[in-house]
Ligand binder design. Structure first.
Ligand SMILES: Nc1ncnc2c1ncn2[C@@H]1O[C@H](COP(=O)(O)OP(=O)(O)OP(=O)(O)O)[C@@H](O)[C@H]1O
Length: 267
């Protein structure tokens, strides 16, 4: 499969392939024969208006929302053909960070990170504690964050702790839903940098839903834009900036977009 990634055309392994995906609730159609692909090693940004179905798409790929039609292949396997056990094994290759961090408030950071380990791995408590500490270091949290409860953390620390939990099982694909929302610009930039470092060092593939234009610019290899239940455009940031869709033009042309993307536009 050939995709246009920053730096030109590249031959890529597709790790997630979604074709003709239909998802709805009651009489409401949210995704309407949607196609999307994620290549190994890329950060794919997913943009779209509020309510366009970005989170529903991620949750459907993760198996949390049922689809009405279409095919989802992950690591080359049609998810409909997997047994429950095979599905669970596949899910261990995903890391997920939901929109609101969603740490368990009654558990410390270390226990939050160990939670997925306890569910999926047969390891001694001591080994899990050591592994949790490694994840805490990996995301740049101080050691004493391990014993803190979520309410004792700043917004930036909460995001890092949630990321550490998403990395608990050493995933190959990371799903991030608005990871920088609610962060001040400095903390958001630091999170972007961390994501790039982790991607390079852990060879991660990332699907990141975001409204953060700066984050999109700093981290994404490709971007997919969703509207009317479909992916209306995919490509590099430059490709999308040059796209003639009215919503995309409005999205990137505001004051924030003009400042952030000034160096990307080819006028
Ligand atoms: N479990 C559900 N039951 C019914 N409707 C739902 C459910 N989950 C999502 N929806 C609806 O699906 C639509 C798409 O929601 P989704 O959360 O995917 O939007 P989004 O693009 O991620 O928006 P935002 O950018 O605001 O987070 C919305 O109208 C939402 O109300």
């Amino acid at each position: 499969m050939t995709l246009t990634i920053q730096g030109g055309q590249r031959q890529c392994e597709i790790v997630v392939s979604v074709r003709g995906l239909d998802v709805g609730f009651g009489d409401k159609t949210i995704l309407d024969r949607l196609d999307i692909e994620i290549a190994r090693g890329e950060i794919l940004g997913v943009i779209g208006a509020s309510g366009s179905g970005k989170s529903v798409l991620a949750r459907t790929i993760l198996g949390l929302v049922p689809k009405r039609g279409g095919v989802i292949e992950i690591f080359g396997q049609d998810v409909d053909t997997l047994s429950a056990r095979e599905r669970r094994t596949m899910e261990q290759r995903f890391g997920v960070m939901f929109q609101h961090g969603a740490l368990f408030s009654s558990l410390t950071v270390a226990d939050n990170i160990q939670f997925p380990m306890r569910e999926s791995l047969q390891l001694s408590p001591r080994l899990m504690a050591e592994m949790a500490m490694l994840k805490i270091e990996l995301v740049g949290l101080p050691h004493d964050a391990a014993g803190k409860y979520p309410w004792e953390l700043s917004g930036g620390m909460t995001k890092r702790a949630a990321l550490a939990r998403a990395l608990a099982l050493d995933p190959e694909i990371l799903f991030l839903d608005e990871p920088t929302s609610g962060l001040d610009p400095i903390a958001a930039d630091a999170f972007d940098e961390l994501l790039l470092t982790l991607k390079a060092s852990l060879d991660l593939t990332v699907m990141m839903i975001t409204h953060d234009l700066s984050s999109l610019h700093a981290t994404c290899d490709r971007i997919a834009a969703i509207a009317h239940g479909k992916v209306i455009a995919t490509g590099t940031l430059s490709d999308l900036l040059a796209h003639d869709d009215a919503w995309l033009q409005a999205y990137f042309a505001g004051e924030r977009g003009r400042t952030i993307f000034a160096d990307e536009r080819v006028d």
